[in-house]
Design a protein. Sequence first.
Lengths: 261, 312
Amino acid sequence: MATTILKAEGAESVEYAARIEHVSKSFAGPAGQQLVLDDITLDVAPGEFVTLLGASGCGKSTLLNLVAGLDRPTAGGITTDGRPSLMFQEHALFPWLTAGKNIELALKLRGVPKNERRGRAEELLELVRLTGSHGKRVHELSGGMRQRVALARALAQDSRLLLMDEPFAALDAITRDVLHDELTRIWAETGVSVLFVTHNVREAVRLAQRVVLLSSRPGRVAREWRVDIPQPRRIEDAPVAELSLEITEVLRGEIRRHGQH
Amino acid sequence: MASTETTGTAGTTDRAADGAAPDGPARDGLGGLEAGLDALETSAADRTPLRRTLLDKVLPPVVAVAVVLLVWQALISLKVVDDPSKLPSPADVGDEFKDAWLEGKLLGYIWTSVSRGLLGFLFALAIGTPLGLLVARVRFVRAAIGPILSGLQSLPSVAWVPPAVIWLGLDNSMMYAVILLGAVPSIANGLVSGIDQVPPLFLRAGRTMGATGWRGAWHIVMPAALPGYLAGLKQGWAFSWRSLMAAEIIASSPDLGIGLGALLENGRNASSMSMVFEAIILILFVGIAIDLLIFSPLERRVLRSRGLLVKG
């Protein structure tokens, strides 16, 4: 089974997958320095599934870039347990490689020896239920299949932490629903920690153990909810809908504040 | 997953079969659902049959050539142009080809020019590629010579023939110099624009996977820039060939052997219009043939494998 290989090797010596401490980020804007993230403090425990929820302008993608190491915070510190892998809203698969070779490139860059790569790639494809798609070209795959290959490629990096930047936002509702189930299953099987960014409240509640709501301009941690609804959940489940309603109310309150001055 | 290969109506029936599959031990409900979605959303591309290719791709240019020959012959037969020193008949030009062939010279003419052109092009490739990389990646180099490189593309390479003759004399090295000056800017510029057009998303994805520095250049930037680079090569070849012909026409010397440009010049000196026509047709033919045999298939293959070519 692929799961044993994908699990983090070695003893769990760290008590967090990501630790974000008093992180602020500002960019040079037309009106001088613009504060995008303001004093964010957030831990992701090993194996935990956290969603970052917020309206536009809350800097959630900025925060994810900081955690991924693609950008540096203006103040504060971020420590992660190894280099995290990142999944985007667009699949970001390389069109000059086949589905399987995309995964193998991630393995290669991680230093996996050549003779093991093919087998590992096949295992990862099996994990995302795309057995036999190794030789498929990216453009031959549907949107949902591409995101599953992208997920397999992210998992190939064998990181303790998987960062996901609205990965299902561009998919149709039926496919998104299926991929929610898949992600929940794969998360449970691999034990990877997930930090998942979305603006979709129901999606956040459907997936996460913990939902973190960010306020907008600048982004601050507004509130947190622990989601105790047992998995597998469905997005239509009454408890999911109920909690979503509650979170939506708070989110709307946050947005309303911006119209008042 | 046989169902992914099916399309259209066949796909629907296959999907029904998939719907029944969850009862089996290998596939739970979610897997079956997913297989169904995959089958619905992918369509296998079918290959165009040979007959169709012949009809769509080969027939039109053959008809076009036939029409040109007909009009040409009509101009002669109807005595619209009645002066063989201005316009020889297709048959005269055909005889010219036949004579050159029978004397065993035809392939010699072609080979003299083609070998020069290809060798010069390979030199241009070896210089233009690192130059393009340098311009694309090093900001100072780009600011310094980027505009000059683009400007050089619009400078007709004939302009380089007189200085090349003075510097290098009437020999092959002068020919290569002219080819290089014509082709290097195209090749370098193609690579630069190819690299500039690499989607930033690929670079970010590469960086999170650990492809930075040279590894990033090798695994991400170069393959992503390949279509632009190939377009540059194609244009570079066209420029090589044009420059070479200009050089061969202007700088003829017995030491240089007779290439197609020299053949054209000889025809002019001998006032043999059919020889001039022969040379022009050969020059055109070689240019088209190299493009059809080397560059177009290469470009098509790259574009098709990336799904950038819908049909072709």
